[in-house]
Design a protein around this ligand. Structure first.
Ligand code: NAD
Ligand code: GLY
Length: 390
């Protein structure tokens, strides 16, 4: 199966392909620059935004690999740069690290006209973005995402925040970046497991409302994972999809909830795994969540079982988990999963909201989903049985 998606705008120009995607949000509009090497422009672009100083927030893994390079670009442009490093991993998305980052930004004398720059994956982006949202009641920030997941999803759209003991991303703010530099060359150092995990969020855009893009993923997924021009195309297409959704529903009052496809199951899985990367990482939970959302849709008679099988087949072929049983060390339990889902921020008046599908590329927000049906479905999935449609 193959499908055509638009190539990067300047694919035929000499030099490396690059593309700019605009997130159109009135006075909060900004550009996403996509391509190999675009982070070399960090200094010039930060200076053009009028900053004199930058607090560069990163994690210890990314600091070792890319921190000095970005810092050098900022200093070459005449900017004062303070690097703030947090431990790598989901554990940094909590109150203690947030407090430390906020104090470090203040200690580095970042003023309202200056910038916070998030250099890292979704953890650093969410954490640094939230710190930028609340320090001095809001300073501007720039995202330089270094994981595939962050380039196609978390760096775009302005959702920032941390986790609470009550659940994931439950404390946060909408704070749009002033610029996103999605330098695909930075992905060259990303471990294969993290690359695959980020690919789940790429596939998600096809499943939401773009069946042709899902078919393109089926044909080109291996090339996206291997690198090369297909990867840039996947990042650019994903950013265009997300930018369009965010432009029409910045604060998730409607359509934007579609971006949570697979996340009600995924977040519950992450909570059960206690965010332990030895069991799963975020994108892997999303991959299983996507497969579960389609199987649940088929179970409810909303979509053809063949569509659910096709989704699981592509995710599995990409090296991603699609069942509870795929996670070694996880003890899946329907009641604990339901309990974790009840903490999900999409609960309204005690009823569960899911993103379900009538088919590939035909997802919708389903409110008031019957908890008994969820329980039965989860029990069968936990037992490793294929749930028969209701
Ligand atoms: P992550 O930030 O933990 O990065 C994964 C790992 O890769 C880390 O160990 C990191 O140090 C390492 N790493 C990052 N870049 C690297 C590079 N270039 N080379 C080598 N190693 C590198 O995880 P993630 O998957 O990027 O992000 C997951 C987080 O994003 C979750 O907390 C999730 O809730 C959040 N998220 C937010 C949004 C949003 O809209 N704000 C959307 C999706 C996900
Ligand atoms: N990743 C979900 C959102 O940005 O809304």
């Amino acid at each position: 199966m193959s499908a055509t998606i638009a190539p990067p705008a300047d694919a035929h120009a000499s030099g490396p392909a690059r593309e700019t995607v605009r997130v159109a949000l009135g006075e909060r509009s900004y550009d996403i620059l996509i391509g190999r090497g675009v982070s070399a422009e960090a200094g010039a672009r930060a200076a053009a935004l009028g900053a004199r100083a930058v607090a560069l927030v990163t994690d210890d893994t990314v600091a070792d690999l890319h921190g000095e390079g970005v810092r050098a670009r900022l200093e070459e442009a005449g900017l004062r740069c303070e690097t703030i490093t947090v431990p790598a991993g989901e554990g940094s998305k909590g109150y203690a690290t947030l407090a430390r980052v906020c104090d470090a930004i203040l200690a580095s004398r970042i003023e309202r006209g200056d910038l916070v720059l998030a250099l890292g994956g979704g953890v650093v982006g969410d954490l640094a973005g939230f710190a930028a949202a609340i320090v001095r009641r809001g300073v501007r920030f720039v995202q330089v995402p270094t994981t595939l997941l962050a380039q196609v999803d978390s760096s775009v759209g302005g959702k920032t925040g941390i986790n609470s003991a009550h659940g994931k991303n439950l404390v946060g703010a909408f704070h749009q970046p002033s610029l996103v530099l999605a330098d695909t060359a930075l992905l060259d150092t990303l471990p294969a497991r993290e690359l695959r995990a980020g690919y789940a969020e790429v596939v998600k855009y096809g499943l939401i409302d773009d069946a042709a893009f899902f078919a393109w993923c089926e044909a080109n997924g291996p090339a996206v994972l291997a690198g090369g021009p297909e990867r840039e195309r996947a990042v650019a297409h994903s950013c265009r999809s997300k930018a369009a959704i965010v432009a029409r529903d910045e604060r998730e009052e409607g359509d934007r909830a579609l971006l949570n496809l697979g996340h009600t199951f995924g977040h519950a899985l992450e909570r059960l795994a206690r965010y332990d990367p030895a069991i799963l990482v975020h994108g892997e939970a999303v991959a299983a969540g996507l497969a579960l959302a389609f199987r649940f849709s088929a179970y409810l008679g909303l979509c053809a079982p063949a569509d659910a099988e096709r989704v699981a087949r592509h995710l599995a072929a990409s090296g991603l988990p699609t069942t509870f049983g795929a996670f070694a060390g996880l003890a899946p339990d329907p009641e604990r999963l339901l309990d974790a889902m009840a903490q999900d921020k999409k609960v309204v008046a005690g009823q569960l909201t899911f993103i379900l599908a009538r088919g590939i590329g035909a997802s919708f927000v389903a409110k008031g989903v019957d908890v008994a049906a969820v329980r039965t479905f989860l029990a069968r999935e936990c037992a490793g049985e294929a749930p028969a449609p209701v």
